[in-house]
Design a protein around this ligand. Structure first.
Ligand code: PLZ
Length: 472
């Protein structure tokens, strides 16, 4: 069934075609927007496929929830057994416009028929240029900007470091505790957490220096001291251990993603940004998880009035097709010698077409507004749960990037990864796709597609509530 051509499966009948584009709703096609469980999760067909996976795919590639997907749209994933699961993960913040969003489908179909690849470095095409133009105008800052396109978030981050080193003539890079920037050699070095990302994979790239993150919930002297003390520690450590004059860039996620949806105190980012400017150091905002309407603005930096020198994006940019970008000040981006940036597939025309369709969808459907509505739906429910269950140490996040941090209860804030796994597994068994995060594995995070309807989101929250009752 999974190997059948996409158009021939029984679930494909009545699929939205390009004629439906612009109908108003972010398309859910013919995928019924309802949780439907017809087997246990995972069901028998998924279980069989998973056995094949175990003997064909490297054990290094793990699976969070082994249901095998055949269709997805709106806020629903349909598996091979015919179960309809509520998607609260968006494939880790990727399908922000929804799976197979009509404008993305139409743009991809048309592009695939025209041509699939030429290599932009050899014989270019308009779609790449158009994506860069959109990025240059949508990202924070009114100054002249340039962009370059890549295949993955990690690659965008690597290139941000290459550009920063070229422009400044300096080599050191400062990253934060709990940071996640990727799995390639340089980005592993930037990523903070050892298991599973770094264990056994060293030696890592040099000239990466780590400083404390402003993590209010776990700040040793209390959240009220977090902004000042974290900023002072940052300044002092860079000064004493690295040297401002050696520092090319400071890289930060405006809200940390894999690290546990850590929201720094208001003003912290701005102080870092101003200090970087004073010291000729570039600020790189890694908006790979926070970007493209996810937090209720196009980019999370906007909320803090911060204009980074360089911004990395990926994930939500192209509705599920692999695309990533580096956007930044024109003088910085143009400091690299011709031929210094590139790659065979970077800015593939099909991925670029998808990005143009995704960005058009975000504008036409006001998906930033939708992310704020989702925040308004989730936060009161999560806060009510926190009132009821001591195990919820903190509710945090912004827009449709929300999380609860789980502890054993009591004042010591001991992380509770066992409860986190139990809640996650309960939601999965009930057909709700939740994700975990956090340096201590004790954060349950919610990243629904912005195309999911309120009914589905409410039902997802009901099941989360049941998960607490069942697990505590
Ligand atoms: N920067 C902020 O969130 C990707 C990775 C999950 P790639 N996060 C999900 C996993 O276990 O691999 C991410 C991110 C931020 C960079 C990246 C890296 O993006 O497209 O996965 O390379």
């Amino acid at each position: 069934m999974t190997t059948a051509p996409a158009e021939s499966g029984p679930l494909d009948s009545g699929r939205l075609d390009s004629g439906d584009v612009g109908s108003g709703a972010v398309g859910s096609g013919d995928v019924e927007q309802r949780r439907i469980l017809v087997t246990d999760i995972p069901g028998p067909r998924s279980t069989m496929l998973h056995e094949r996976k175990m003997s064909a795919v490297s054990a290094g590639v793990a699976t969070g929830l082994p249901v095998y997907v055949v269709r997805a749209a709106g806020g629903i994933l349909v598996d091979v057994d015919g179960n309809h699961l509520i998607d609260l993960g968006s494939g880790i913040a990727v399908t922000t416009v929804g799976n197979s969003a009509p404008r993305v489908v139409a743009a991809v179909r048309s592009q695939v028929e025209d041509f699939t690849h030429t290599c932009f470095m050899i014989t270019p095409y308009e779609e790449y240029v158009a994506v860069c133009e959109r990025l240059n105008s949508l990202t924070p800052g009114d100054g002249e900007k340039r962009s370059a396109l890549f295949n993955s978030g990690s690659e965008a981050v690597e290139n941000a470091i290459k550009v920063a080193r070229t422009f400044t003539g300096r080599t050191a890079v400062v990253a934060f505790d709990h940071a996640y920037h990727g799995r390639t050699n340089l980005t592993m070095a930037l990523t903070a957490k050892n298991m599973p990302y770094k264990q056994g994979f060293g030696p890592f790239a040099g000239e990466i220096h780590r400083v404390p993150m402003a993590y209010p919930y776990r700040w040793p002297t209390g959240a009220e001291h977090c902004a000042d003390e974290a900023f002072d520690a940052f300044v002092s450590q860079v000064h004493t251990q690295v040297g401002e004059q050696n520092t090319a860039a400071v890289i930060i996620e405006p809200i940390q993603g894999e690290g546990g949806f850590i929201v720094p105190p208001t003003g912290f980012l701005k102080r870092i940004s101003d200090w970087c400017t004073e010291n000729g150091i570039l600020l790189i905002a890694d908006e790979i998880q926070t970007g493209f309407c996810r937090t209720g603005d196009w980019f999370a930096c906007e909320h803090e009035d911060v204009v980074p020198d360089l911004i990395t994006t990926a994930k939500g940019i192209a509705g599920g097709l692999p695309l990533a970008a580096l956007t930044g000040r024109a003088d910085v981006m143009d400091s690299v010698h011709a031929g210094g940036l590139g790659g065979t597939y970077g800015g593939n025309p099909v991925a670029c077409a998808a990005a143009l369709g995704a960005i058009e969808t975000m504008e036409a459907e006001d998906l930033c507004g939708r992310a704020r509505q989702i925040e308004a739906l989730f936060l009161p429910r999560l806060r009510a749960l926190a009132e009821r269950f001591d195990a919820i140490g903190e509710v945090r996040g912004r827009g449709a990037m929300l999380a609860i941090e789980l502890v054993t209860g009591g004042p010591d804030k001991t992380p509770n990864p066992a409860l986190t796994s139990a809640l996650n597994a309960y939601c999965h068994r009930q057909g709700v796709v939740t994700l975990t995060a956090g340096t201590f594995g004790n954060v349950l995070r919610f990243l629904p597609p912005l195309s999911a309807g309120d009914d589905l989101l409410t039902e997802g929250l009901d099941i989360l509530e049941q998960a607490f009752v069942a697990s505590l």
